[in-house]
Design a protein around this ligand. Structure first.
Ligand code: HEM
Length: 74
């Protein structure tokens, strides 16, 4: 669990938000849209973590509103 958290923080640490120029937050929505997150192995063990179609849509919308979307400003 701790190593999963540290692994995730290497990619995206919201506590360092203002200090990091490139913080990968804009990749968050794609992680959910592509089905990479939540991980299948995790939802198999924790079915309550599965997202309905509507929840997934709302989650993606919230991530984009919060972190922006990759390549949206190219
Ligand atoms: C419902 C939402 C989510 C759940 C339940 C979830 C759960 C998890 C779990 C259990 C792991 C460990 C996986 C492993 O070690 O095999 C993980 C890893 C990770 N998650 Fe998520 N996650 C969610 C959403 C997100 C989102 C929105 C991001 C945005 C970037 C994200 C980024 C990561 C990263 C970077 C890792 C570590 C690298 C990796 O194992 O691929 N997660 N997540």
């Amino acid at each position: 669990m701790q190593s999963d958290i540290e692994d995730g923080r290497e990619h995206l640490n919201i506590s360092n938000w203002r200090h990091q120029r490139h913080n990968h937050g804009d990749e968050s929505s794609a992680q959910v849209r592509s089905g990479h997150m939540p991980p299948l192995i995790y939802t198999a063990v924790h079915p309550e973590a599965r997202l309905s179609k509507k929840e997934k849509k709302e989650f993606i919308k919230g991530l984009i509103n919060t972190f922006g979307e990759e390549n949206s400003n190219l």
